[in-house]
Design a protein around this ligand. Structure first.
Ligand SMILES: Nc1ncnc2c1ncn2[C@@H]1O[C@H](COP(=O)(O)OP(=O)(O)O)[C@@H](O)[C@H]1O
Ligand SMILES: [Mg+2]
Length: 255
């Protein structure tokens, strides 16, 4: 047995080893018309973490996310959220349990105002005071939305629309925020800004699982990452390990 003196013990490390994952996906298969496009995905997210799933277009990132939140049915495998099996739950049920999915391509209501779009992110529609309080809080966090609160969503820039989509995802006060390709269609300077915003939301206490094709940008803000290729996890590790890996750099960062 190894004897530790008090000074050898890293408390953060001890706590992280004691904590249970908030999300644990085991051997997950899912696809379309019964044909799997993800083949045995396993991953974990610990409370407070920012975890990135990175990989090329068509690798199975969106399918993985949609299956976790209940928009797709798994063919096989298990999804455990806060110790509870959610493999068979539908999206409205996982939302109530605290999982909020911000889909690829924003899916805003173009003709509705920023405020109205935010209201639709809250599932507790009957608690209008609470919805209003939450909305005002988010408008403070994202001042760019406050300035445009009464404008129609379609009048916002691409970056602003993406921020609105994220803010709408936060309206339900999720325990786990899942972000699908937030960088899509944004110019490079806006991608960096978007990553800073995501990091900031995580620092404020929301656990985040995100998927990205922009591998380097995503790993630069993440704690840990998984690399997905043809529906399988081919690398995983701390974000810095993946950023340093020659194999990952060659395959995804053009180096
Ligand atoms: N609605 C669908 N019907 C049939 N095949 C699909 C559908 N959506 C995605 N696919 C296929 O599943 C695979 C994984 O897609 P997807 O999960 O969207 O990947 P990513 O998000 O990594 O780009 C791809 O081969 C894609 O063509
Ligand atoms: Mg996708």
């Amino acid at each position: 047995m190894v004897q530790n003196t008090a000074s050898d013990i890293d408390i953060g490390e001890v706590i992280s080893q004691m904590a249970e994952p908030i999300l644990k996906v085991s051997h997950l298969y899912a696809g379309y018309d019964g044909i799997p496009v993800i083949h045995g995905i396993s991953l974990e997210v610990m409370p407070g973490e920012l975890v990135a799933i990175v990989g090329a277009n068509g690798a199975g990132k969106t399918t993985t996310m949609r299956t976790i939140c209940g928009l797709n049915n798994p063919l096989k495998g298990k999804i455990i959220f806060e110790g509870r099996d959610i493999s068979r739950l539908k999206a409205h049920e996982t939302l109530r349990l605290g999982i909020s999915y911000v889909p690829e391509g924003r899916r805003l209501f173009a003709k509705l105002s920023v405020e109205q779009n935010l209201n639709l992110g809250a599932y507790a529609e009957n608690m209008s005071l609470e919805v209003e309080r939450r909305r005002e809080e988010l408008l403070k966090i994202f001042p760019v939305l406050k300035e445009r609160a009464k404008q129609r969503a379609e009048t916002l820039s691409g970056g602003e629309q993406q921020i609105l989509a994220i803010a709408r995802g936060l309206m339900s006060q999720p325990k786990l925020l899942m972000l699908d390709e937030m960088s899509l269609g944004l110019m490079p300077s806006m991608v960096d800004r978007m990553m800073e915003i995501i990091k900031d939301i995580n620092k404020r206490g929301t656990t985040i699982l995100l998927v990205e094709q922009m591998v380097q940008e995503a790993l630069e803000i993440a704690n840990r990452g998984y690399v997905i290729q043809n529906g399988r996890i081919v690398h995983s590790g701390s974000a810095s390990e993946l950023l340093d890996s020659e194999e990952v750099r060659k395959a995804y960062m053009g180096m």
